[in-house]
Design a protein around this ligand. Structure first.
Ligand code: F6P
Length: 516
């Protein structure tokens, strides 16, 4: 078991290995058989999950209990994709016990969804709008960006979608150079409507709009009212900013889980209401699978436990994500927030310091590009790094012949990592026995993408539940924000008392004239 397991031997001696360690879940086929574990390992991990109460924690999430205890919030992003009648979950025993509050929350979800989809369709029908600029960061940016890019074959070619997140003025500046106020719609996406980067970008976008012919007068043809929409839970702050059109959502939607909420407006504008519903439907199918399937055939559970196995028992400090899909080129960035902001924690829900490592470093690039960059290290480096291949059976609409080459490369890389190469001289030999997981989708369509993202969300939850951490807060992010504010204040008052020498020297260099 574990690092001493030889995958080649394991396949040779156990013909049933593949069937035991692979699974078709809604929209996603997963081959877990090339990992350094055995079916018995899975059973032991299932016992661990049982003793950690993972199923109970999952059911608590479905009941709407405030499982994000440090913020006293429920965690209900899955409700955003639940049909009004409960859909595939309607017979679930936990759903059967939903009280009035949950039923009301679901009704509000659908009311807001309809309003959002109406607005999306209005904008799609308005030929005057040629550019949509989404200003947001973290969860208010990565989800919409990854989905709009992934589903570009569904995106109306008449409208350009721009995603601005960084406070570096070059990002917004480059977009503003290419758009005109009268044909641009700005979406200010921020759950809190206080995030410093988003607020600075939003103020700069408004100043640019007013300086280039836009008007603060609501009756003007090119007004802030018509050209700015806020997506936020903080309706009051949006109004104070001067935006009257706001789509709201709820504190029980975590930022990194919010693409299904009003934060998904750019997605709905890009692909249209019917396809947005497909995205929700695919995610709902995965939700129903996660909330209902027995642990042994529950793909998010199996993957979450595999993650714990790789991290804690085998000591793998990172996981490489290799989407063999140009459309999924930003998936790794999205997963970095999802996994590392959720599970990059060291204190349990009971306030104890964990004795085992948690979230691995998640990194990667789309294939085949990665093959010509870091795959050398994956094959022959000193470290063993589990690789996650994500591939599609159907290639979409462009240059179909390329697709066979793409997906076969993914399969061949997984095979090469496992088999290695021996007997061709020390420099050419590859040790092999390097673990990988292979996820295969039928196509990069809205429903499959929805299911894939929901699969990752639930898998992260499972690993967090085993570790006993709260996967839904992010207090570590606050510290840097606070210190940046303090440095700005010190810069203005020129007060450097008790600042450490290194920080002080860097701040002083900012003030000096350039030395080069
Ligand atoms: O990175 C911290 C964080 O709070 C994320 O969780 C969130 O997605 C992001 O900032 C943006 O927050 P907001 O949507 O409130 O602007």
């Amino acid at each position: 078991m574990g690092r001493h397991l030889d995958l080649r031997q394991a396949f040779a001696h156990h013909p049933e290995r593949l069937s035991q360690l692979s699974q078709q879940a809604p929209y996603v086929f997963a081959d877990l058989s090339k990992n350094l574990w055995q079916p018995q390992t899975e059973q032991l991990l299932a016992d661990l999950a049982h003793s950690c109460g993972v199923t109970e924690q999952r059911d608590a999430m479905l009941s709407g209990a405030p499982i994000n205890a440090s913020e006293q919030r429920a965690v209900m992003h899955w409700l955003l994709r639940t049909p009004q009648d409960g859909g595939l979950l309607q017979d679930h025993p936990v759903v059967q016990q939903w009280g009035g509050g949950m039923v009301q929350a679901l009704a509000q979800v659908h009311q807001t969804l309809e309003a959002m989809l109406d607005l999306a369709e209005q904008v799609r029908a308005d030929a005057r709008i040629t550019d949509v600029v989404n200003i947001g960061i973290g969860g208010s940016h990565l989800g919409p960006e990854v989905v709009v890019q992934a589903l570009e074959d569904w995106v109306d070619a008449g409208t350009q979608f721009h995603f601005v997140s960084n406070v570096d003025g070059h990002e917004l500046g480059h977009v503003l150079r290419r758009v005109r106020p009268e044909s641009t719609l700005f979406l200010i996406a921020s759950k809190s409507f206080t995030t410093a980067e988003t607020m600075l970008n939003a103020h700069s976008a408004r100043a640019w709009f007013l300086a280039h012919g836009g008007s603060a007068d609501a009756d003007a043809a090119c007004s802030i009212d018509r050209h700015f929409v806020a997506l936020t839970t903080n309706v009051q702050a949006a109004a104070e900013f001067g935006i009257s059109r706001t789509l709201g959502f709820w504190d029980w939607v975590g930022g990194r889980f919010s693409l299904w909420s009003a934060i998904g407006l750019p997605i709905a504008m890009a692909i249209g209401a019917a396809q947005f519903r497909q995205l929700l439907q695919g995610a709902h199918a995965m939700d129903a699978h996660f909330f209902s399937a027995a642990p042994a055939v529950n793909l998010p559970m199996r993957l979450g436990l595999l993650d714990v196995w790789n991290r804690d028992f085998l000591g793998f400090g990172s996981r490489c994500i290799a989407p063999y899909s140009h459309g999924l080129r930003r998936l790794t960035a999205y997963l970095q927030q999802l996994e590392m902001e959720s599970n990059g924690k060291r204190i349990t829900r009971d306030g104890q310091v964990l004795e085992v490592p948690t979230a691995p470093v998640v990194w990667g690039e789309p294939g085949t590009n990665g093959q010509h960059a870091f795959f050398q290290m994956l094959h022959q480096g000193q470290d063993t790094i589990p690789v996650e291949f994500i591939a599609l059976r159907d290639g979409g609409k462009y240059l179909g012949a390329h697709h066979q080459s793409l997906v076969i490369n993914a399969i061949a890389q997984a095979q090469a990592l496992m088999l290695g190469r021996q007997g061709e001289g020390a420099e050419r030999d590859c040790p092999g026995n390097r673990p990988s997981t292979f996820l295969l989708l039928q196509a990069l369509d809205p429903a499959s993408l929805g299911a894939l993202i929901a699969l990752y969300e639930h898998r992260v939850f499972v690993a967090g539940a085993v570790w006993g951490i709260n996967s839904f807060d992010q207090w570590g992010v606050e510290l840097g924000k606070k210190l940046a504010q303090e440095l700005r204040a010190r810069q203005q008052s020129d007060d450097w008392a008790e600042v450490d020498p290194s920080t002080l020297a860097l701040m002083q260099r900012l003030a000096e004239s350039p030395t080069h």
